[in-house]
Design a protein around this ligand. Structure first.
Ligand code: ATP
Ligand code: MG
Length: 435
């Protein structure tokens, strides 16, 4: 490269975001709150690969879904020495990978499992507010539990999280639930629905016409305003449910009622993934425009078997972390970013060898110390100390050091600067920590 040619910087892939400080601190806080809630409900962490065989998602999510048809980052790996190339995909969601891992390691043999994951997912969608190509989900999967109590549990776990984040249920986030019944019930409904859609061909858009035979339920999930009235009048799956499905649904509802959680039954609620049965739910908000679903999930009793394992009932959800953080920001519920406890003012970096043992001893004692040795005049370092949000400044000036001391000055009030011995940090470290 010629010397005077400026190198053009590269940019991140469209729809894939850098998360930098101070924003990253809000992610860490959210994750810490989530982990604390997950622990209280008995969920353990699983970490599975981001790349899986494409076939896993085709089989797991379903061939005629937006995700698999249009959104998946699927590619052919380089050929190995036999000329064979694997078909791989970046995971568009978390459940299929977790279920694959459970089957592969025979993890469901002895006992049911409550699991959670946090990490990036990838979908090739049109990037916009609340919709990205790399986004993050926290998801939970309760595997091996058949009863409606666990459906209620996963919904309530989300409610506890909302509460701890300061979100008001019924106002900032509301719960919608539906029951998709079992395959036979959906088949009977599907026939009635296809007949209905055929009668209303005239109002169907192109996508709906293409899908009316392959995935008619999804046609009702349309966002096209011209099709709303048609969708409203369509045969409802709830009217096709048998006794067992209704009993399960009523079981979930009774438990939600028992803890005073209000919900709306939305008979048109379906999920964009094929594996769901019985309970499906969404936690939605009206405060983020069209990208209103913050958390979505339901029961998927058929998936483990569909992916080659023993029949195992299962229920879970996926929560979009960008949307959740966006919602918190919109509602001005952003948690404050933690400030250091003290800011060390070091006018002369040559003194560092004399004071570094003190800083290290403070850190070992739990004190968060920030410093920029030689970072400008005494005055400008004091300005930085103020801006850092620290409660105290530690002044390592030449006079103080000559006396074997450090100056301690409150940045919150006008109290006089005092001195503390450099030698015995343990005697005064606690003063620097919040009460
Ligand atoms: P939507 O209807 O918004 O496309 P979806 O039905 O595709 O959502 P799921 O596959 O159930 O969503 O994923 C669960 C959650 O993950 C969503 O409710 C949302 O919060 C989040 N999510 C999904 N796709 C994206 C994306 N492209 N960018 C950011 N968050 C997303
Ligand atoms: Mg989607």
């Amino acid at each position: 490269m010629s010397e005077n040619k400026k190198v053009q910087p590269l940019q991140a892939v469209k729809g894939m975001n850098d998360i930098l400080p101070p924003e990253s601190a809000r992610w860490e806080q959210l994750e810490a709150t989530m982990r604390s809630v997950l622990l209280r409900y008995g969920y353990s962490n699983v970490r599975v690969p981001i790349v899986e065989p494409t076939a896993l998602f085709v089989r797991g999510i379903g061939e005629v879904t937006d995700i698999v048809e249009k959104e998946m980052y699927a590619f052919e790996d380089r050929a190995d020495k036999h000329g064979q190339a694997e078909h791989l995909a970046l995971r568009p969601e978390g459940t299929a990978g977790v279920v694959r891992a459970m089957i592969e390691h025979s993890y469901l043999r002895d006992s049911p499992r409550r699991l959670y994951y946090v990490g990036p997912m990838f979908r090739r969608e049109k990037p916009q507010k609340g919709r990205y190509r790399q986004f993050h989900q926290m998801g939970i999967e309760a595997l091996g539990f058949a009863g409606p109590d666990v459906d209620a549990e996963v919904i309530l776990l989300a409610r506890t999280l909302w509460r701890e984040l300061g979100l008001k249920e019924g106002e900032d986030v509301t719960l919608e639930i539906n029951c998709l019944g079992q395959a036979e019930e959906r088949r009977a409904h599907r026939e009635a629905l296809i007949a209905y859609l055929e009668q209303h061909q005239a109002v169907l858009d192109e996508e709906a016409r293409r899908r009316m035979h392959s995935n008619p339920l999804r046609v009702l999930d349309t966002k096209n305003p011209a099709m709303q009235a048609m969708a409203e009048g369509a045969p409802k799956l709830l009217d096709f449910l048998g006794e067992a499905s209704l009993a399960h649904f009523n079981g979930v509802r009774a438990l939600l009622d028992a803890v005073g959680l209000a919900y709306r039954i939305n008979p048109r609620l379906v999920r964009g993934l094929d594996y769901y049965n019985l309970t499906v739910f969404e936690w939605v908000t009206t405060k983020l425009g069209a990208q209103g679903t913050v958390c979505a999930g339901g029961r998927y009793d058929g998936l483990v078997e569909q992916l080659g394992g023993k029949p195992t009932p299962a229920v879970g959800f996926g929560m979009g972390l960008e949307r959740l953080l966006l919602l918190l920001e919109t509602l001005q519920l952003k948690a404050p970013v933690a400030a250091p406890h003290v800011y060390a003012i070091v006018p002369d970096p040559a003194e560092l060898p004399r004071l570094l043992p003190t800083l290290e001893a403070l850190r070992a004692a739990g004190v968060a110390v920030q410093m920029h040795a030689g970072g400008g005049s005494f005055k400008s370092q004091f300005k930085k100390a103020d801006a850092s949000g620290a409660r105290f400044a530690l002044v390592f000036g030449a006079d103080e050091l000559a006396r074997g001391e450090v100056g301690l000055k409150s940045l919150r009030d006008s109290a006089e600067q005092v001195s503390r011995p450099l030698a015995d940090v343990t005697a005064w470290a606690a003063e620097l920590l919040p009460a």
